[in-house]
Write a protein that binds this ligand. Sequence first.
Ligand SMILES: [Zn+2]
Ligand SMILES: [Zn+2]
Length: 138
Amino acid sequence: MIMVLTGGCQCGKVRYEVKGEPMNQMFCYCSDCQERTGGDKWFGVWYSHDNFKFTGAETKIYTRKGSTGADVHNHFCPDCGVTVCADITAGNLFTINGPSFDSSEHLAPKMAIFTASAPNWAVLPSDIPIFKTFPSNS
Ligand SMILES: [Zn+2]
Ligand SMILES: [Zn+2]
């Protein structure tokens, strides 16, 4: 049986559904993620485009350039403002806001990336691999 998980924004208008196991899950300490979250990192849970779908209200979208130069579309709720996920077009995947899931059994960060950009007050994890940028080019 294929695992189906659901989640959404803080007010509950934006909802999504994912199928199967996440491709990966990680803390991202890049400056874009800090600005977006207001914290030191984003906890992103990766699902391919094929295994993700929106099921609730339409999101608002803010588009920025990712580290590869390709577009990253941040999807956020027009009412409560929570960024539910970002569409990483370079990888055909969504990086989903970890705490936005309705359940947490599948959540276990596997690595920390872009730690070279972490603020000096960040406390980096000690039990997972840490990469200064992205694993393929650090
Ligand atoms: Zn909302
Ligand atoms: Zn980031």
